[in-house]
Design a protein around this ligand. Structure first.
Ligand code: S3P
Length: 166
């Protein structure tokens, strides 16, 4: 197996951390959002527009399940992967699950001008509620939690490396 699975809210650094972690640990980097876009030949905002969030979630589960034969990878997931309970076991089957935690303030600063995430373009109160609702679910799904606030990508990667070695 030998995979590492990254979960966490939008803007928690899963992609940047995942890429560097893959490079440093000689694993293949897999980005679920990217795979969904490649498979559909469309962007995530368009998938949300045309198929609704439900359509996107269905695709997300399919892509996650399809990874079951992969080995030696770092899998970066979309922030909503924990929304479907059926995904929880699949995540754990793929490998140790690392939750990259970030505070709402930090996420807001990182995603300030972002327009590529349909659920981030909602009013602030909804974004905050979404994070609060998901927080316990991320923790429940994770084997390890890494707080990313005020840390560089390098720091986070090194922390994950020492966690998976111990
Ligand atoms: C989503 C997060 C996004 C992407 C989609 C939905 C979410 O991924 O999958 O916009 O529900 O939190 P990132 O976490 O990589 O931004």
């Amino acid at each position: 197996m030998n995979n590492i699975v990254l979960i966490g809210f939008m803007g928690s650094g899963k992609s940047s951390v995942g890429k560097l972690l893959a490079e440093q640990t000689h694993r293949t980097y897999i980005d679920l959002d990217q795979k969904i876009e490649e498979d559909t030949g469309d962007t995530i905002p368009n998938i949300f527009k045309n198929e609704g969030e439900e359509g996107f979630r269905k695709r997300e589960t399919e892509v996650l399940r399809a990874l079951s034969s992969r080995e030696g990878t770092v899998i970066s997931t979309g922030g909503g992967i924990v929304e479907r309970k059926e995904n929880h076991d699949v995540l754990k089957e793929h490998g140790p699950v690392i939750y990259l935690h970030a505070s709402f303030e930090e996420i807001s600063a990182r995603l300030e001008d972002d327009e590529s995430r349909p659920l981030w373009s909602k009013p602030e109160v909804e974004r905050k509620n979404l994070l609060e609702k998901r927080l316990p679910v991320y923790k429940e799904c994770a084997d390890e939690l890494v707080n990313t606030d005020h840390k560089s990508i390098n720091d986070v990667v090194n922390e994950i490396e020492s966690l998976i070695k111990s």
